[in-house]
Design a protein around this ligand. Structure first.
Ligand code: IPE
Ligand code: IPE
Ligand code: MG
Length: 238
């Protein structure tokens, strides 16, 4: 967790693709496509700002409840994204991480994300972390189940479970000291978490902006980072 003005881990709830499209009398899919293209622009800008981890909420465990056609379009986006942008990700030494439940993903989607992770596994630059089929309550329950199983097997003492050992069982564990976002941005004017990183955001700064995700640009990012730099994080102290 950074105490100074620099954002090391930025998390974004990329919201408003559907409304962006509706405003233009386009199908929702057009908004998702534009939203995907915006990931490239913003990831690039984050890398240029020296951000170490960029976590993007791309598909929630609740998004399966959308119409079948929209879900299958959203499932095709990772294939499309990595097909187009892998050369640039490699050039920038970006390491891809996917955080979420692999079950229920179509085979082609699963293959594309596994491949992207494998191909960038040795990269040492910015971590581009996609929350895809991610849900924070499910994540927390999985952690509890794993800890309970270890306790039942006599491997750990329940009294010794603490925040640190609990964090080790979350999907952000491999991010180490960067596991908790410094700043959370949500676009589109909605001001809620929608089941995103409930544990990890405990001490993050929040920044909400009315702009729909496809329109969120480098200047908006700069404004958010400047706002963050002017915040005073106290972490309970004075
Ligand atoms: C965010 O845009 C993308 C996903 C949730 C997959 P939305 O699709 O939620 O767009 P709105 O909120 O309907 O405008
Ligand atoms: C949150 O957006 C999920 C993603 C951005 C992937 P939603 O649009 O699904 O959230 P709600 O339904 O408005 O809370
Ligand atoms: Mg939405």
């Amino acid at each position: 967790m950074s105490q100074t003005g620099q954002v090391r881990h930025l998390a974004i709830i990329m919201d408003g693709n559907g409304r962006w499209a509706k405003k233009r009398h386009l199908p929702r899919m057009a908004g998702h496509k534009q939203g995907m293209e915006n990931i490239r622009r913003i990831a690039r800008a984050c890398d240029d700002h020296g951000i170490k981890v960029l976590t993007l909420y791309a598909f929630s465990t609740e998004n399966w409840a959308r119409p079948k056609k929209e879900v299958s379009y959203l499932m095709s986006l990772p294939v499309n994204f990595f097909n187009h942008y892998m050369p640039e990700l490699q050039e920038r030494n970006v390491k891809v991480k996917i955080m979420g439940y692999p079950d229920k993903l179509p085979a082609a989607t699963e293959k594309a994300v596994q491949r992207a992770m494998a191909e960038t596994a040795d990269n040492t630059g910015m971590i581009l972390n996609f929350a895809f089929n991610y849900g924070s309550r499910a994540e927390i329950i999985s952690a509890c189940q794993e800890l309970a199983a270890e306790a039942a097997a006599g491997k750990i003492d329940p009294a010794e479970i603490d925040e640190q050992s609990f964090s080790q069982h979350l999907m952000t564990a491999d991010l180490g000291e960067l596991a908790d976002p410094d700043l959370l941005i949500r676009t589109s004017g909605e001001e809620r978490l929608s089941n995103f990183l409930l544990w990890q955001l405990a001490y993050s700064e929040f920044y909400f902006i009315d702009r729909f995700w496809p329109d969120f640009d480098e200047d908006d990012l700069q404004t958010a980072l400047t706002a963050f730099a002017n915040r005073h994080r106290r972490f309970g102290k004075i």
